[in-house]
Design a protein around this ligand. Structure first.
Ligand code: FAD
Length: 472
């Protein structure tokens, strides 16, 4: 029996396993190794907080690339949505914990009934994979607990890395007042709720952290600082707008794309339209555009436009946006555009000096929370697994050092430039290769394609890759 090890049990690992069970004509031994205590949910869908909403509408969140309505159909069976008309349900931003329930439910069904009938064997192992050795066309996955699992194929579905520690003069990252990772088990480290806190970053992680603090009944002031001081935009109702590109000119160089974008940007502003529509219009082409850029162009894009792109691209549910605006009006939240310059820590407080374009100020807080988002580069990386994979030459960084190099089949390319027949990678690891490799619509396609390859199936044309981001 062919054996597959999937490292990571979040959305990517779970849906790869499900697709393997669906697509393979022969029985497989599938082992999912995950260091997350909660099965299937990964970082994003492990939250129990109902205020943490999906930032993608329900109609785009099917876990199955060949069944685009699957999530909405599942959602419509839940008692809390029974009275919701279908067109409204499709446009809803539901709590992320509900999406975690969906993934777990899907997984149980496929591996309870379906896979059993196909004589598939599944094992989930709660441990950390720390190394992979490859010999004679077989892999040995070495776990921190000491176990070694042999495999014919290994899928790296490890998700985002934890945020890198924030570097600031005078800031001791070992301090009890510094919270380096607000994704896992951080609430217990907060000071008393009457103290002010500083969130570093104003993006999606900051939004989640703010919502958690607010739900904890935070009485102190919450400061959020970033160099641009920009909050994520709200999702909006779509409107008719001409296409920017078509299949023929999607591979033009940076300069031309930039000029097209700039021209449309002006048009939208002059016509009082939301320019974020432009990012949505480019969405079917973004992976191709990115892949066609030279390294120089990619670096140029990252340096000059990445922040604005992310603000327009990674939008939040309108109700969350409204809550942020209200908190700003009520002075519960203050968003500051500026640069953190220095931290001076005393027994009770941290004093942070922030410099804006026109003003300097010192903020005194009981805790500093790093909301800068995941560390991107894998060289260097804190991950034991990746340290070892780089050491053995089984992987190489992509040309942007934003992840690892993969072939179009998602097979990993080793240090010698050889395409692996054993190792596959997906998700955040592919950011430098594809640029757009973060959200469910991309990841479900990757999971499906990898499963097709491993199951030796020809590629189906039935999968839906393009999605409408804006609300209908
Ligand atoms: C807070 C947050 C909210 C988001 N909201 C949305 C949304 O609304 N819609 C959307 O489409 N996308 C959203 N995303 C994007 C999200 O990244 C993807 O939707 C998806 O959840 C990624 O899943 P993943 O399995 O690739 O990664 P993860 O969810 O990170 O799962 C990977 C798992 O692998 C484990 N792991 C890593 N290394 C090892 C190892 N060596 N050994 C064992 N286990 C290991 C990790 O601990 C983790 O549990 C959000 C992301 C975040 C962080």
């Amino acid at each position: 029996m062919k054996s597959i090890v999937i490292i990571g049990g979040g959305f990517s690992g779970t849906t790869t396993a499900i697709n393997l069970a669906r697509l393979s004509a022969t029985p497989l031994q599938i082992t999912i190794v995950s260091n997350n205590r909660l099965p299937c949910r990964g970082i994003a869908y492990s939250t129990r907080n109902s205020s943490h909403l999906l930032n993608v509408v329900a109609r785009n969140m099917s876990a199955l690339a060949d069944q685009p309505n699957h999530f909405v159909e599942w959602l419509s069976t839940r008692s809390e949505y029974l009275d919701e008309p279908l067109p409204k349900l499709r446009e809803k931003f539901v709590p992320r914990k509900v999406y975690g329930d969906y993934l777990h439910c899907l997984f149980q069904w496929y591996f309870g009934t379906f896979a059993e009938e196909k004589k598939m064997k599944l094992e989930t192992v709660h441990d950390e994979a720390r190394d992979i050795l490859i010999k004679d066309q077989r892999a040995k996955v070495i776990l921190t607990g000491g176990r070694v699992v042999s495999a014919d194929k290994v899928v790296l579905a490890v998700g985002n890395q934890a945020p890198a520690d924030f570097r600031l003069r005078g800031l001791d990252v070992r301090s009890l007042k510094y919270i380096g990772n607000p994704w896992i088990g951080w609430e217990t480290r907060l000071p008393s709720s009457d103290q002010d806190v500083l969130l570093i970053g104003t993006g999606l992680t900051m939004v989640d952290t703010f919502l958690t603090l607010r739900d904890l009944g935070w009485k102190g002031k919450i400061f959020a600082v970033s160099r641009n001081g920009l909050l994520p935009l709200s999702h909006f109702k779509g409107f008719d707008y001409p296409e920017l590109l078509d299949d023929e000119n999607a591979t033009i160089e940076f300069r031309k794309i930039f000029s097209i974008f700039k021209q449309h940007y002006r048009t939208t502003l002059n016509s009082n339209l939301n320019p974020a529509i432009l990012v949505d219009k480019l969405r079917p082409f973004t992976q191709r555009i990115w892949q066609n850029f030279s390294v120089f162009e990619k670096k140029q894009f990252n340096r000059r436009f990445r922040t604005q792109w992310n603000v327009m691209r990674h939008r939040i549910a309108p109700e969350i946006h409204r809550q942020l605006r209200e908190a700003i009006t009520q002075k519960q939240l203050e968003v500051i555009k500026g640069r953190l310059c220095e931290c001076v820590e005393s027994k009770e407080k941290m004093k942070i000096r922030v410099e804006g374009k026109h003003a300097k100020r010192v903020i005194e807080v009981g805790a500093v929370i790093n909301c800068t988002g995941p560390q991107e580069s894998y060289v260097p990386s804190e991950s034991k697994l990746f340290k070892n994979l780089f050491f053995h030459g089984l992987v190489q960084p992509d040309e942007m050092n934003m992840g690892i190099k993969v072939a179009p089949s998602f097979s990993v390319i080793d240090r010698g430039g050889n395409t692996s027949e054993i190792l596959f990678a997906m998700g955040a690891l592919l950011k430098g290769t594809l640029w757009e490799s973060t959200a469910v619509p991309e990841l479900r396609t990757q999971a499906f394609r990898i499963a097709e390859t491993i199951a030796e199936r020809s590629h189906s044309s039935e999968i839906v890759e393009d999605v409408l981001e804006y609300s209908i």
